[in-house]
Design a protein around this ligand. Structure first.
Ligand code: PEP
Length: 252
């Protein structure tokens, strides 16, 4: 049995006080839900304040990125050594990082290795562009991204993978549950080739891309889909709580 995991990626939204207010709005209801791992990924600058708020809470925190060196002359970057005291998870290889900040497979591989070595649990994002999807290249693309990210990685079941088709992120045009389930099943088989059958069967693979309270059941009722990485809808307390509650109900 894989514990479902719903993570909210707040992206570059919320000031520190807005972030605190958002957590206060969802904390009590989110804490009541059982059987789902709940992770909030606010901007770096809010991690410390939210960590204070979540003392003794089952709600977990994640960062949205990190650098691939432990320390040094890398102005403006944040290292896993800084994050490990603040949060448990880190999102790596998000398509916005790949697209706007030129993160390539090699860099993502270095980040993944250092995150694991540092004791952070990575949420590795993979997914194809619209034109790749339309050209029938989805499996080639995700297979390449997964294999490249996992080069030299110790098989660890702490790894979470998020399948996020780029054309579905922030567009309101989600994949279908069946499409997402098929690609996630494929990703698990690729992971099995690299990490072994047992680890691949244990790691959680999320779907991400325009997940809302209204379409949660379509994705979470699929057997291969272990959770969701939620962008826009994670900024609305009631909507995020509804996604988590529905997940608990469907996967129990
Ligand atoms: C994301 O940023 O990872 C994401 C899936 O965004 P959205 O839910 O807004 O499509």
């Amino acid at each position: 049995m894989r514990l479902p995991i719903i993570a909210g990626n707040w992206k570059m939204n919320t000031t520190v006080s807005e972030a605190v207010t958002l957590v206060q709005e969802m904390k009590a209801t989110l804490e009541q839900v059982e059987g789902v791992e709940r992770v909030l990924c606010p901007p770096f600058v809010s991690l410390s304040a939210i960590k204070e708020l979540l003392q003794d809470s089952p709600i977990k925190l994640g960062a949205q990125n990190m650098y691939f060196e432990e320390k040094g002359a890398f102005t403006g970057e944040v290292s896993p050594r800084m994050l490990v005291d603040l949060c448990e998870y880190v999102i790596l290889g998000h398509s916005e990082r790949r697209q706007y900040f030129r993160e390539d497979d090699n860099m993502i591989n270095k980040k993944l290795k250092l995150a694991l070595k540092s004791g952070l649990k990575p949420i590795l994002c993979v997914g194809e562009k619209l034109e790749e999807n339309e050209a029938g290249k989805t499996e080639d693309v995700v297979s390449h991204q997964v294999k490249a990210a996992l080069v030299g990685i110790e098989p660890l079941k702490e790894l979470v993978i998020a399948y996020e088709p780029i054309w579905a992120i922030g567009t309101g045009r989600a994949a279908s549950g069946e499409q997402a389930n098929n690609t996630i099943g494929f990703i698990r088989r690729i992971a099995a080739g690299v990490l072994g059958e047992n680890i691949a069967a244990a790691i959680r693979i999320q779907y991400g891309g325009s997940v809302t309270a209204a379409n949660t059941a379509e994705f979470l009722s699929q057997p291969e889909i272990d959770g969701a990485l939620v962008g826009g809808a994670s900024l609305k307390a009631a909507e995020f709580v509804s996604i988590v509650r529905q997940t608990a109900e469907i996967k129990k």
